[in-house]
Design a protein around this ligand. Structure first.
Ligand code: ADP
Ligand code: MG
Ligand code: ZN
Length: 487
């Protein structure tokens, strides 16, 4: 009889803190700079240079900690993690080990209708290593770019609470969203500012004790993380079922082969000879500071989605789409506020109008890059356009053309409508004379309509709209047409 196994997954996420300067010096963290431009004696580890912590980085780490429901330690300690590799100029990385800044938090995820709490063990601060570029130049040697050395990171470590690839993806997406909405991290997987290591093991179903884990390193897309986890679960099952044992090791993911591969056996903590960094005093954070940082936390996307559904009349789908990026979420709220200031109507109707128009006509033109994003029409401009629709100056179809022109020219809705004479024709006399002409020109259709083919109304509306270049008020057209067609 074959034994059934269940997987266990724990995640370590490295997120770059959204600061302008490095963790222990004043060098720029600019991603696109030419190699080895953003360096100084401190981040190069030259003798005599001393580190000095970046206050903004510490506050962002506290912000992440509180957004993830962690306890913030009043006194945490920077420690040296020693290993030798060219990407570490000092021969050690400044990290936190025994006394991390944040502990005991959680993220609630929803998968398949079930809510699960994923516990966060710790969040500690550390500096990034430099970047090795292997096989570079004509000789294929390794080059090192020290721009990234000493960039501020937090490492967010979960308990082994995840049970499969889908839960892992849900956790990662939720975590990324929280870090982006709090402006802690720009969420950029490709540029490596949000990186994830997944620890995967399996054990016989129901057994308490966890199996030996493999650590899947540095996989830069959610899709690949899922694939790598699924592959790893199958690999470990086959290995154990065949009488083998899983060895604790670090593995990479080859997208080309669709396989994980062994990179190196896993180091244990004692291999790193951690000890408190004598150059840095303990990091002291007061309760007041934590309270202030916490009071500055913005509303998180999950709370926004719930509020938008009850207050602004959005569907869950709308709410999910429009919290897709912080810039978009702010835009929706600003536009709703601007439109509501003009209309002073039912907030649910106003919210729904903005959400619909935004998704239908504007979303496709929105560009985002990390935490930055650009919506090509200002919130007040979109509100101005929607007021014109609301007071029947233009109809919805014309509004779609107007917004395109607003985007192309940067001009306002009213100006465009006036200049191009797009204002809706509500003059019943003018519309009636068009209708009379159309009714006269289509005797067969009129006859069919009167014999019961009532859906021909669409055909007549179309004709009137064509004759008025889309400017006739559809409601007036409908009323007048029905009266005329009755005969
Ligand atoms: P490190 O990988 O740096 O040695 P830890 O031993 O603290 O650090 O574990 C890191 C991550 O591995 C945590 O997210 C933890 O939940 C997870 N983990 C630990 N043991 C297992 C296991 N047997 N199976 C799956 N995940 C595990
Ligand atoms: Mg690890
Ligand atoms: Zn520097």
């Amino acid at each position: 009889m074959s034994i059934a196994y269940e997987p266990t997954i724990g995640l370590e996420v490295h997120a770059q803190l959204n600061t302008c300067t490095k963790l222990f010096c004043r060098c720029s963290t600019d991603y696109g700079a030419p190699p080895n431009d953003n360096i100084c004696p401190t981040c190069l580890g030259l003798p005599g240079a001393l580190p000095s912590p970046n206050r903004q980085a510490v506050e962002l780490a506290i912000r992440a900690g509180r957004a993830l429901h962690c306890t913030i330690r009043g006194k945490s300690v920077f420690a040296r993690k020693n290993y030798f590799y060219p990407d570490l100029p000092k021969g050690y990385q400044i990290s936190q080990f025994e006394l991390p800044l944040c502990e005991d938090g959680h993220v609630d995820i929803e998968v398949g209708g079930e809510t699960r709490r994923i516990r966060i063990q710790r969040i500690h601060m550390e500096e990034d290593a430099a970047k090795n570029i292997h096989g570079a130049g004509q000789t294929g040697t390794t080059w090192v770019d020290y721009n990234r050395a000493c960039t501020p990171l937090i490492e967010i470590v979960t308990h082994p609470d995840l049970r499969n690839a889908d839960e892992t993806e849900a956790y990662l997406k939720k975590l990324r969203e929280i870090l982006m909405f709090t402006q802690v991290n720009d969420g950029n997987l490709e540029e490596g500012s949000f990186r994830c290591d997944a620890n995967v093991s399996i054990k016989p179903v129901g057994r308490e004790e966890l199996g030996t884990r493999a650590e899947l390193k540095n996989i830069n897309s959610f899709k690949f993380v899922k694939k790598a986890i699924d592959f790893e679960i199958v690999r470990q099952e086959a290995l154990i079922s065949g009488g083998g044992t899983v060895v604790q090791e670090t593995r990479g993911w080859s997208e080309g082969d669709g396989k994980t591969f062994s990179m190196r056996t896993k180091e244990e903590a004692h291999d790193y000879r951690y000890f408190p960094d004598p150059d840095l005093p303990p990091l002291v954070v007061t309760e007041d500071q934590v309270a202030r940082v916490e009071s500055e936390l913005p509303e998180l996307p999950e709370a926004k989605r719930a509020r938008w559904q009850t207050e602004l009349g959005l569907t869950e789908y709308d709410a999910v789409v429009l919290t897709g990026h912080p810039v978009l979420a702010t835009y929706l709220e600003d536009t709703v506020a601007a439109l509501q200031a003009e209309l002073n109507g039912d907030l649910k109707k106003v919210g729904k109008k903005v959400a619909n128009f935004l998704q239908g006509e504007v979303l496709q033109h929105v560009k985002t890059d990390g935490l930055h994003g650009e919506v090509p029409v200002p919130p007040g401009g979109l509100a101005e356009l929607l007021v014109l629709v609301e007071n029947a100056t233009i109809n919805g179809k014309i509004a779609k053309d107007v917004v395109v022109e607003m985007i192309e020219t940067g001009r306002g809705a009213k100006a465009i409508v006036e200049k191009r004479g797009l204002a809706q024709v509500t003059d019943t006399g003018a519309i009636q004379s068009e209708i009379d002409a159309i009714v006269a020109a289509h005797p067969k259709e009129v006859e069919a309509y009167r014999c019961g083919k009532e859906n021909l109304i669409g055909f007549f509306v179309g004709q009137v709209m064509k004759a008025t270049k889309g400017k006739a008020n559809p409601k007036v057209v409908n009323e007048l047409l029905r009266a005329s067609l009755k005969g």
